[in-house]
Design a protein around this ligand. Structure first.
Ligand SMILES: [Zn+2]
Length: 274
């Protein structure tokens, strides 16, 4: 995976404001486009911020209405656009019941397959080049945070070491780069660790969803490249629509690293760890 880019679709809670839509986050992970929550109005934000509609999967943190009602209209739009590929929807209980209702509201059948998966704390959804881990968080109803964890990448290939060991250039180089041993003509075996540097750890993106301060989420966020944390427990949440200054001050008191207050349309690209 090389590209990992977030676009904040909605950054308000409970009700939209003039400048902030309801919860929604689009994540582009190479060819995959994922949604994390899809509040009312998310599809319009996707048009507005140019994320495209080719969503592969949507992960819901929980089923308060402000986090998921947007999926109803969005799936209808995709149907009208002629989508045929399956859509995967993930979320904590009662995902199966509520998403089934949402998907089938006023419809006998959907225009394309929609697969609903109920997740619990510790479940892992494997995808190409990364996995999404579900973390139980502390909210009034079943709620999950998510960790998008990129697979570790092989270490750097040291050309000069391979040459010095007599490895012929060509397919043998490729095998070693992929982590496979190579047998030379004279019978010697060159192992990947002879020519590769240390494995490079993958990026970690953590999304809290709605939660009270929660030890499991703190643990999951260790060594994260980015934590997207809700802030409705702040005493200024209803007034941060146009003035996030107070919120930022509170966040900086709690965390000494770099902090930003997200806004609708904010795009963040996470660079590779090297
Ligand atoms: Zn909630």
């Amino acid at each position: 995976m090389s590209l990992l880019r977030l676009t904040f679709l909605g950054t308000s809670a409970a009700q939209p404001t003039l400048h902030r839509g309801l919860s929604g986050l689009a994540v582009k992970a190479d060819a995959d486009l994922l949604l994390f929550d899809c509040g009312e109005g998310s599809q319009r934000q996707m048009v507005r911020f140019g994320t495209g509609f080719t969503v592969d999967a949507a992960f819901f943190t929980h089923f308060h209405a402000d986090h998921y009602l947007g999926i109803i209209g969005f799936l209808r739009t995709l149907g009208m656009m002629g989508r045929t590929s399956p859509m995967h929807l993930y979320g904590p209980a009662p995902a199966r019941r509520l998403l089934h209702q949402a998907v089938h509201l006023g419809l006998e059948s959907t225009a394309f397959p929609v697969e609903i998966h109920e997740l619990k704390d510790g479940d892992v959804v494997r995808r190409g080049g990364y996995a999404v881990h579900a973390v139980g968080v502390d909210h009034r109803i079943h709620a999950l945070g998510y960790v998008l964890a990129e697979d570790d990448r092989p270490g750097k290939f040291h050309l000069e070491k391979a040459r010095a060991l007599g490895v012929p250039e060509g397919p043998a180089f490729g095998k070693l780069q992929k982590g496979e041993p190579v047998t030379l003509e004279d019978g010697r075996v060159v192992k990947p660790e002879d020519v590769l540097g240390e494995a490079r750890s993958g990026r970690r993106l953590v999304i809290s969803g709605d939660t009270r301060p929660c030890p499991a989420l703190v643990h999951a966020s260790k060594d994260a490249d980015l934590l997207v944390h809700e802030s409705t427990f702040s005493d200024v949440s209803s007034r941060h629509d146009t003035d996030p200054g107070k919120l930022l001050t509170q966040a900086r008191e709690a965390y000494k690293g770099p902090v930003e207050v997200a806004f609708d349309g904010l795009t963040v690209e996470l660079p590779l760890r090297d």
